[in-house]
Ligand binder design. Structure first.
Ligand code: ZN
Ligand code: ZN
Length: 414
């Protein structure tokens, strides 16, 4: 096992160095046979935007940077992505994360969109939702499957790669309120895993988010941590970093920004847990490639930093027990896939006939149901997605009528 790890470790390192990768000895070619899982942390100035490309070519964009970065981001996506994104995630409705998202979606398209479903009054957010409602087929919230409410929502990206949403879990668990920034605190926190390697992508999570995650039975281990809130001083608490044990940390931050990000205290806390830090303000776009054993990170500009860190993820589920304490239940992760649409939320066989699914899941499922213009799905009338959309609606009095024209939405499972 250690031989395999060592050779793949070397092969990746060699592959990253031009000139040396041309003639690797045959014993070191392991990683060239398998496509890596790649995460691009774009240099968007003061904001966040990252693209996941799975070994099988699935693409997930997480955030779209600030408005100033929109052209650069769109151009970069056009070079990296062919066809629509499998999923676009907005971690939370702040302008430094959503400002370039519409341009990004216009540039390459997206099959699905997910955001926390946390209301925000800004025009920019309303405009984005309007655009998404008109142009993206599926709009989802990261809520757990009602059939397995104590498990986490996991999105399969093929080849054993999965993206698991750790927070938020509304309506199963209420949004965090009364925090420094409730929009930040309810950022989508997701863990991307591949073999022994993992990426913890935390948006602008606040200390309250970190405390909530620490209270839950979760494996927070991260080979690479996308540092919360551009390295702001409140987030990345010592307790959270002790649990995450990041080998490398990526800070998405603008050069000479007005906020003093990243904070000296945060850099010290990262240093104290042995995390090697890469920063988009100094290293440019940071590209991280995992072969399932180790992660190679390099800056695409500036310093030319190259770093290889070993995977530190133990095998096993991310949820170490029921996520909402309830000892009478047993827990298993909910596995979804971005490939077959009917299996989006759950690959386990569903014993309930299609017409009765809603009644088993929750009350109020007998209708009416609502479809939004330019969307192929229908929602429960109470779904929060409807409250956030300005699009024209079609009302269906029963599920059968809705099913004749549309398929059930993934957020409310009508
Ligand atoms: Zn924010
Ligand atoms: Zn931010």
């Amino acid at each position: 096992m250690s031989r395999l790890r060592l050779s793949s470790f070397l092969a990746l390192l060699l592959a990253a160095l031009p000139g040396i990768a041309a003639s690797p000895p045959s014993s070191l070619t392991f990683s060239t046979d398998t496509k890596p899982l790649t995460v691009h942390f774009f240099d968007v100035g003061q904001g966040d935007a990252a693209l996941i490309i799975s070994p099988s070519g699935k693409t997930v964009l997480i955030d779209g940077g600030p408005p100033e970065a929109r052209e650069r981001l769109a151009a970069r996506l056009r070079t990296l992505v062919t066809g629509p994104l499998d999923l676009a995630i907005l971690t939370h409705p702040h302008l430094d994360h959503l400002g370039g998202l519409t341009a990004a979606l216009r540039a390459v398209g997206a099959k699905r969109f997910m955001d926390p479903g946390f209301n925000h009054p800004s025009e920019a957010y309303k405009d984005l939702l309007g655009f998404v409602g008109d142009s993206v087929g599926q709009v989802m919230n990261p809520e757990p499957n009602p059939a397995t409410p104590d498990s986490l929502l996991t999105i399969g990206l093929g080849e054993g790669v999965s993206l698991t949403v750790l927070w938020p879990r509304a309506p199963r668990e209420p949004f965090l309120t009364g925090t420094r920034s409730d929009a930040n605190s309810n950022s989508i926190v997701a863990k991307l895993t591949y073999g022994k390697t993992s990426f913890l992508l935390v948006g602008d999570a606040e200390p309250d988010t970190e405390a909530a995650l620490l209270q839950r039975p979760l494996d927070l281990t991260a080979t690479v941590l996308k540092v919360a809130h551009h390295g702001g001083r409140h987030s990345s608490t010592a307790a959270f970093l002790a649990a995450a044990k990041p080998q490398a940390a990526v800070i998405s931050v603008g050069a000479k920004n007005d906020y003093g990000h990243p904070a000296r205290e945060t850099l010290e806390r990262l240093d104290a847990v042995g995390a090697h830090v890469l920063r988009t303000d100094r290293d440019g776009e940071v590209i991280a490639a995992s072969d399932g054993h180790s992660v190679t990170l390099r800056g695409n500009g500036g310093t030319g930093t190259l770093l290889v860190v070993p995977g530190n993820l133990k095998p096993g589920p991310i949820a170490l027990g029921p996520v909402v304490p309830n000892p009478s239940r047993t827990q298993r992760g909910t596995v979804a896939s971005v490939e077959p649409r009917n299996e989006d939320r759950d690959t386990s066989p569903d014993p309930t006939p299609p017409g009765e699914r809603g009644t088993a899941a929750s009350a109020g499922s007998s209708g009416p149901y609502v479809g939004l213009k330019n969307s192929k799905v229908f929602h429960r009338e109470t779904c929060s997605t409807l409250k956030r959309s300005k699009s024209e609606r079609t009302l269906y009095l029963n599920r059968e009528a809705a099913l004749r024209e549309r398929r059930p939405a993934e957020d409310c499972h009508p």
